[in-house]
Write a protein that binds this ligand. Structure first.
Ligand SMILES: Cc1cc2nc3c(=O)[nH]c(=O)nc-3n(C[C@H](O)[C@H](O)[C@H](O)COP(=O)(O)O)c2cc1C
Length: 217
């Protein structure tokens, strides 16, 4: 069995990547009896675009029906991830949304499987369990009242339509970098951020672990 974490952050060892690794640790721990391999895929390592709207994936009797016809670096990843036994997506929030890199990946992964029939049914070869982890600067309170959740719901709805309803977690008020004094950052207090990092982030790591642990039934 194989479970992938898809890192939509350009940073390989910061908030999103850390939580994704914890989630994969949870997958491994909970499924000790099953032979599970895990892997993080860092999307920023690949050169690719979003969907090019060629519609080759919807062309009747076309050789790419139900598959993405765009040939670039992400093709091999799309193929292996489609055969996964679980997928955990992770993204920092950029301008109230997932990053462009994850958005492009999701377009390429999901759209070929979306059938334009009455039910908008799915051609996905596997209905594997999924999860999504968002990390962001804003507090939970601001996230809840500032329109973040409606964008997130759209992303989750698309994943659900093609695969399964994702388990969801948010990590708020993240620590963005070391030494806030070196940056123009008047709205944030490094002291408060560091405290949150010390107290809350380990709890977020634990939550990510639990999400991973509950992914594979
Ligand atoms: C281009 C850019 C846009 C961002 N936009 C938002 C935003 O709209 N809301 C928010 O809460 N945080 C925003 N952030 C902060 C990141 O979401 C946050 O620091 C995140 O935890 C970084 O994840 P990483 O450490 O895995 O890279 C933004 C950061 C960048 C670089």
């Amino acid at each position: 069995m194989k479970v992938y974490a898809i890192n939509g952050s350009p940073r390989k060892n910061k908030n999103t990547a850390t939580l994704l690794q914890k989630a994969l640790d949870g997958v491994k721990e909970a499924a000790k009896d099953k032979e599970i391999e895990t892997e993080i895929i860092n999307l920023y390592d690949y050169n690719y675009t979003g969907c090019k709207s060629c519609f080759a994936c919807k062309r009747l009797e076309g050789k790419s029906y139900g598959k993405c016809a765009v040939k670039d670096d992400i093709q091999e990843v799309l193929e292996k991830v489609s055969q996964a036994d679980g997928i955990i997506f992770g993204s920092p929030v950029y301008f109230l949304d997932i990053t462009g890199q994850l958005r492009s990946f999701i377009e390429r992964l999901l759209f070929p499987y979306l059938v334009y029939d009455k039910n908008y049914s799915s051609l996905a070869p596997k209905k594997m369990p999924t999860a999504i982890i968002y990390t962001m600067n804003v507090t939970e309170e601001i996230m809840n009242k500032s329109g973040y959740l409606s964008t997130f719901n759209n992303v989750e709805g698309a994943i659900e339509r093609i695969f399964t309803k994702p388990l969801v977690m948010y990590s708020n008020d993240t620590y963005q970098f070391n030494d806030y004094s070196k940056y123009k950052m008047e709205v944030f207090s490094e002291e408060a951020k560091a405290e949150h990092r010390k107290v809350q982030f380990p709890l977020d790591c634990q939550k990510a672990f639990e999400i991973g642990a509950s992914l594979i039934k």
